[in-house]
Design a protein around this ligand. Structure first.
Ligand code: ADP
Ligand code: MG
Length: 344
């Protein structure tokens, strides 16, 4: 399928600092790929190098198996949607959307026809003559998307496209992005620092840290088996624990993770079937989170263990502040990190 992207040892140096440090990545054509990681880990730099807005210091970028490392943005068949949309404030929505075709030298009638088709696609037909300042955040986002799509790119690059929207709109717009990507069959590469957003959208999620890829794969596979301590901590919902001779089996060295939703909390004298590990702990915090309770406990060696307790399994007498309880889990709940992976 058209629109595949490949990075080979792609590196970006800023004054000797490795903002992107030799990353290797294959994004199949037609996939929704999310680059996920904390601020400063190199997501935007990676995206800008794919777009051609940033020169590559070392390594290569292939689009559809064609080496585009030295090509200008316009020669690549990619389109970028920027973090703050970067719409021209003095141009109407129609002219904003048609801008790419104007630069390409297309006549007014033709480019306006194409722009109106795009406005239709993003359900903004009624706003063609408005200025960006007259639109809400979600509407501006649709215009920015139409502007990115007008040159018929095979690869659409989106840098934190939803971060300026309020939480309600963010969820709605992410559904629209996904449905548009499916409908058009394009490759989307979407940068976000939100694990929730990446998991909701991506066929392929790339977790980055400090200029490198920590793990890539389907969100579900990443969640079920985080490869490093960094990934387990960043995606949330996992306890990273250090074994020690008194509390936890030391063959799990140097650390392992266990999902907060795979622990059970029982009274000290109850042992459920199938559990292999039992640890005593003290409950230090209980928060109601609608579908589940967030329960924070402390082991006797000081390590914190969080549990997500389904709302229908809540027992007020047992799960309350200060209570001594036993935490149980099955062997299959233990996730070992990849010892070859470097955690920095
Ligand atoms: P992210 O998008 O993941 O937040 P960036 O790709 O923007 O991260 O930045 C990665 C690193 O590169 C950061 O340390 C940042 O300070 C640095 N950086 C980004 N752009 C520049 C630049 N134009 N000049 C110098 N350093 C930069
Ligand atoms: Mg960024």
């Amino acid at each position: 399928m058209a629109g595949s992207v490949e990075l080979i040892q792609t590196t970006k140096l800023y004054d000797g600092h490795r903002a992107v440090d030799g990353i290797n990545l294959k994004v199949p054509g037609g996939s929704y790929c999310c680059l996920l990681g904390p601020s400063g880990c190199g997501k935007s730099t990676t995206l800008r190098m794919i777009a051609g807005h940033e020169a590559v210091s070392d390594g290569d970028i292939l689009l559809d198996n064609r080496n585009v490392t030295l090509l200008s943005p316009r020669q690549r068949g990619t389109a970028m949607m920027f973090q703050n949309y970067a719409l021209f404030p003095h141009l109407s929505c129609r002219d904003n959307v048609a801008y790419g075709l104007k630069i390409a030298g297309q006549g007014k009638a033709e480019r306006y026809r194409a722009a109106d088709d795009m406005l239709d696609l993003v359900t903004m037909s009624g706003f063609a003559d408005k200025l960006p300042g007259q639109l809400s955040g979600g509407q501006q986002q649709r215009i920015a998307l139409a502007r990115a799509l007008i040159c018929r790119p095979e690869v659409v690059l989106l840098d934190e496209p939803l971060s300026a929207l309020d939480p309600f709109l963010r969820v709605r717009m992410r559904k629209e992005l996904k449905s548009l990507q499916r409908q058009l069959g394009l490759t989307f590469i979407h940068v976000t620092h939100s694990q929730e957003e990446a998991f909701a959208l991506a066929d392929l999620a790339i977790v980055m840290s400090d200029g490198r890829i920590e793990q890539s794969g389907h969100p579900r596979d990443i969640f079920e088996a985080p490869r490093t301590e960094f990934v387990a901590n960043f995606i949330g919902g996992h306890n990273v624990l250090q074994p020690n001779s008194t509390l936890l089996p030391t063959d799990l060295h140097p650390s392992f993770s266990i999902r907060a939703d795979q622990l059970t909390i029982e009274p000290l004298d109850v042992t459920p079937p199938n559990t292999i590990t039992r640890l005593e702990a003290t409950i230090v915090d209980v928060e109601f989170q609608a579908q589940f309770f967030y329960v924070e406990t402390r082991l006797d060696d000081g390590q914190t263990v969080m549990c997500y307790l389904p709302e229908n399994r809540m027992d007020d007498a047992l799960v309350c502040h200060g209570q001594r309880v036993a935490l149980h889990w099955e062997k299959s709940a233990i996730n070992l990190f990849d010892t070859r992976a470097t955690t920095r």
